[in-house]
Design a binder for this molecule. Structure first.
Ligand code: HEM
Length: 122
């Protein structure tokens, strides 16, 4: 049987490190950085933890995501299709930096793409 995507990505620590790098890019980004302005360091760490957990869960890992659902937590932010493109670009850059193989990259990007309809509002 094929290993879970979670295992093929290297498990919890690898995913946590990738999420850390991804959020660093999001916070510093000239377009999407505005969404995170005014959040305390602790709120940013909380967000990093929750994103790590949701990625672990949806890729077949043992972690349980206990945050809010994706529609509720993004509703009212006014995230646009262009913001989404920038975010996917940042995520792809992280996967490339961590030399995630094409197959695993495609699988993860497909899972994330499935969230677009509930996150993008405009
Ligand atoms: C354009 C893309 C995105 C932007 C700008 C964005 C921005 C944000 C912001 C600002 C928050 C905090 C909302 C608040 O607490 O009021 C948030 C929460 C969250 N986002 Fe995103 N997000 C994006 C895409 C994603 C994606 C693709 C995922 C899934 C991997 C994700 C997972 C989460 C999680 C888990 C939370 C925390 C929910 C909670 O607090 O219970 N986001 N996002």
């Amino acid at each position: 049987m094929e290993k879970s995507l979670y295992e093929r990505l290297g498990g919890y620590n690898s995913i946590a490190a990738a999420v850390d790098d991804f959020l660093g890019r999001q916070f510093a980004d000239k377009q999407v950085g505005r969404f995170y302005v005014g959040h305390s360091t602790n709120s940013k760490k909380r967000l990093r933890q929750l994103i790590t957990e949701i990625i672990c869960e949806v890729t077949g890992g043992p972690a349980k995501y206990i945050g809010r659902d994706m529609r509720t937590s993004h509703a009212g932010l006014g995230i646009t299709g262009s913001d989404w493109q920038v975010t996917v670009k940042n995520l792809t850059a992280v996967l490339d930096k961590f030399t995630v193989p094409q197959k695993e990259k495609d699988e993860l990007l497909a899972i994330v793409a499935g969230l677009r309809p509930v996150i993008v509002e405009i």
